[in-house]
Structures are given as C-alpha cells and as structure tokens.
Design a protein around this ligand. Structure first.
Ligand code: APR
Ligand code: ZN
Length: 229
C-alpha cells in the first residue's frame, strides 16, 4: 500500500465558517495576526492574546466539519497507518469528522499549557491571566497550547520521517507562506513523492506540485479521496 501524507491548512475549515488567516487582509480587530500570535505580544498584553483565542474558541463551538473533513476520515479508514494527517489548524474539525491521530503541528485551541510546569490540559471555556495551574499552582502562567510565530512547531521529527516515506504528498487549503510547513512539499518531492496541491487558487508553492486541483475543498477533496481509494 502507498504511503500518503496530507497537510491541511485554514482553507479546509473555511467552508465550515472559520476564517482563514490571510484573507480579509489577515486583520483581527485592527491587529495583524502576526502581532497577536507571538510570545512577545503575550508578554506585553496577555489579556489581548487570551481574548483573541477565547473568541476563536467560542466560534469553534458554533461550527461543524464539512465534506472535506469527512472525506479525509474515509481515506484514513481505507489507508490506516499508511495515511499521515498533519494539520496547521488549531481547530478540532478533523477529529469531529472522525479522524484519529491527527498531528496538530501548530497546537490546539481546545488545550492550554502551563508555562511553568509545561503540563497540557483541556480548555473548552475562556482563559484569563489569573487562571491558576491545577498541577503546580502557578498563577498567570497559563497560555493557549498554540505554536506562535517564532516558536518551533510540534512533532517535527515524526513529520520529517513521514515526509521521507511518502509516496504521495497532498497539501489542502494552505497558502504555503509559513515555514516549516511551507517546505514540506519540497522535502517529500525530493524523496520521490508525487505532489498534489488542492486549493481555491495557485500559491507560492504551486510550481513544486505535479498536480493542481483548483476549487472548493468541500467539492474537490471528496473527489480526490474517491480516486485514491
Ligand atoms: N477550499 C480550498 N482552499 C481554500 C478555501 C476553500 N474553500 N478557502 C481558502 N482556501 C485557501 C486559500 O486560497 C489559501 O491559499 O486556503 C489557503 C489559506 O491560507 P492561510 O490563510 O494562509 O492559512 P494557512 O496556510 O493554514 O496558514 C498557515 O499561518 O497564521 C499562521 O499558524 C497559522 O497555521 C497557520 C499558518
Ligand atoms: Zn503548572
């Protein structure tokens, strides 16, 4: 059986109603996303950063996975261990559609982490600065379990290993501007994978792909999944 590596980005969740980062100028209440999602921003104004993620957590509770998420769950059913699903998304829509072992390289909105003891725990409500860690008792140290700009994504060793083994590499709904994820297609291709890009448009990484499937993820991903099965 072939090894399939799938990388998803904000575009796969767009039709569920979650905004992508780089449309609408990438602005949130007048702030650039790059100015909110950083350790520096959190150090200077933790309440602003908590507010940003609290709003996103609230919004996540109001949306549902779409046909693209569901199709990837069917693909996983078919390929089992031979499918690696890495997402840059911090939402839980892959899981809610039935996917298992999703690799959240940029963290998860529904988890928090104590910056003192590093313990990760569930987070479904709002986070505030005065939140006390249930594990070590620290106050003011709880942060979203999110990889901010300037931080190193999670699971990079495992991802590198899977990229090398991949026979097919598929990028779905990602603009290909944020590294290291933006470099995955090149690594997989270099190690012999066929590369497929699924997006509404071309991206900066498009020249690296052998095949381009242009259109809405909710329509294109189910078709691609049928073909791969
Ligand atoms: N179907 C397919 N593709 C879509 C759809 C759709 N319905 N809607 C949007 N897209 C595409 C856009 O054309 C764009 O290329 O999805 C991509 C979304 O790009 P970004 O908003 O840049 O999101 P992403 O690539 O996931 O961002 C990477 O940057 O902000 C950080 O950490 C954050 O994980 C995020 C990372
Ligand atoms: Zn702690």
């Amino acid at each position: 059986m072939k090894n399939i590596f799938i990388l998803t980005g904000a575009g796969i969740s767009a039709e569920s109603g979650l905004k992508t980062f780089r449309d609408a100028g990438g602005l949130w209440e007048g702030h650039k996303v790059e100015d909110v999602a950083t350790p520096g921003a959190f150090a200077v104004d933790p309440e602003l950063v908590h507010h940003f993620y609290n709003m996103r957590r609230e919004q996540l509770a109001t949306v549902e996975p779409n046909a693209a998420h569901a199709a990837l769950a069917r693909l996983q059913e078919h390929f089992g261990e031979h499918l690696t699903l890495v997402t840059q998304n911090v939402d839980d829509l892959h899981e809610r559609a039935g996917c298992r072992d999703v690799i959240h390289m940029h963290g998860e909105l529904l988890k928090k982490r104590c910056a003192s003891c590093e313990v990760v725990s569930p987070c479904t409500g709002s986070l505030t600065y005065d939140c006390v860690c249930a594990n070590c008792g620290s106050e003011g140290r709880m942060r979203p379990h999110i990889v901010w700009f300037g931080e190193i994504p999670f699971f990079m060793d495992e991802i590198q290993e899977k990229l090398i083994e991949a026979d097919v590499f598929i990028a779905i709904g990602t603009s290909g501007v944020v590294y290291p994820a933006a470099g995955f297609a090149e690594v997989a291709k270099h190690h012999g994978a066929k590369t497929i890009e699924v997006n509404l448009d071309g991206t900066e990484q498009s020249p690296l792909f052998d095949e381009h499937i242009i259109g809405k993820a909710s329509e294109t991903v189910p078709m691609l999944v049928e073909r791969l099965r």
